[in-house]
Ligand binder design. Structure first.
Ligand code: 5GP
Ligand code: MN
Length: 345
């Protein structure tokens, strides 16, 4: 995103909101990752400095390896105990920021509360095909992370001076993880410039890498060992590999929120594999995570077969079939994209 590509009327509307201290709710997608939580808490930190009263509500709890983010202790994690508070905050909000998601369905059980809230909604996101639910839409699929958009917006609003190390750490975490530690094709010069500016601001980037990636519980690492030694299925004719985890296995390994994060990237790292799928049996549905290389558009595949979406090379979806049936459907659908899978060099 640069000045010329940014929607000026959306930016003007955003400026008016930001310049008027008010009661703000910020929310993000279910199972928040570092970009979801980092952009939310970075934006919250900024808005508080602008005089706003801010509540961040997440649809579910965040992984433990993100708990260090400034402001995380005040996040309302939606659940049975917090539902009333979340509903009251959403009802009292004068504006609701929707960060790092493009469709209200990504809020799961929080959806009706946000949908029915009277406050205007502002979407700031980098997923393709945004749904039409927000009054102000800043949707930039070319951005590497929502955290990158937040950073650029703060600068665009003339507030570089309000950036501080805490805000910078949150935004760096989102940028780092959504670019796969600066290795996905989205990693353009702007991404590195932002990282460089955050280092100049005083962000200790190696500490953040360590907090996020070198912070495994012993149980998580042993769980990963089990998955890698017992659970990999490779389909060489489709250059695809998948891992399917049952709820029994998750219980057996006492799997915590975030423990399966990153598993799909190991699957994709197998030689000659250009599409990886992780299927997880959750309470009421099967959650699927897709990763791919090159022109294999997993967001389209997830949208068509598994009510999902996302980015071309990283997408997700869901299925209400059994795990076995979902695997069967997955494999049966692969011939449709065989050509794209074969073409990747
Ligand atoms: P993950 O596999 O890490 O859960 O998600 C990868 C990408 O796909 C993320 O950008 C996420 O926003 C998107 N995504 C994951 N699950 C869904 C889903 O159920 N629906 C849609 N539309 N996008 C999803
Ligand atoms: Mn993101």
């Amino acid at each position: 995103m640069n000045d010329s590509s940014m929607d000026q009327s959306a930016l003007d509307a955003l400026r008016r909101i930001v310049d008027t201290p008010q009661r703000v709710v910020i929310t993000t997608h279910y199972n928040p990752d570092a970009d979801a939580l980092g952009s939310s808490l970075g934006w919250a930190g900024y808005l508080r400095k602008k005089g706003h009263t801010v509540t961040v509500i997440t649809p579910s709890e965040s992984p433990r390896f993100l708990c260090w983010m400034e402001g995380n202790e005040d996040v309302v994690e939606f659940g049975a105990k917090t539902a009333q508070r979340a509903a009251a905050e959403a009802a009292a909000a004068e504006v609701i920021f929707c960060l790092d998601f493009n469709a209200l369905g990504r809020l799961n059980d929080l959806e009706p509360i946000i949908r029915n809230a009277k406050a205007p909604k502002v979407m700031i996101d980098h997923h393709q095909l945004p749904e039409d639910f927000a009054t102000v839409v800043i949707s930039e699929p070319s951005a590497a992370a929502t955290a990158q958009l937040i950073y650029q917006l703060i600068l665009e609003l003339g507030d570089r001076a309000l950036l501080d190390i805490s805000i910078g750490e949150c935004l760096y975490a989102g940028l780092m993880t959504d670019t796969g530690s600066f290795r996905h094709p989205s990693t353009n010069p702007e991404v590195h410039r932002m990282a460089a500016e955050l280092i100049e601001l005083g962000v200790n980037t190696s500490r953040i890498h360590r907090l996020i990636f070198d912070n495994n519980s012993l149980g998580r690492l042993q769980f990963l060992g089990y998955v890698l030694s017992q659970k990999l299925n490779v389909l060489p004719e489709f250059r695809t590999a998948y891992v399917a985890l049952t709820s029994e296995e998750l219980r057996r390994f006492n799997s915590q929120t975030g423990d399966t994060e990153g598993v799909v990237n190991y699957v994709l790292s197998i030689e000659n594999v250009v599409m990886a799928v992780l299927l997880i049996e959750r309470e009421q549905e099967i959650k699927l995570s897709f990763r791919s290389v090159g022109d294999v558009a997993v967001n389209e595949f997830a949208r068509k077969h598994f009510s999902g979406g996302g980015h071309r090379n990283a997408a997700g979806g869901r299925s209400t079939d059994s795990l076995e049936e979902t695997i069967r459907r997955l494999i049966a659908s692969l011939p449709e994209i065989r050509e794209a899978l074969e073409k990747v060099s």
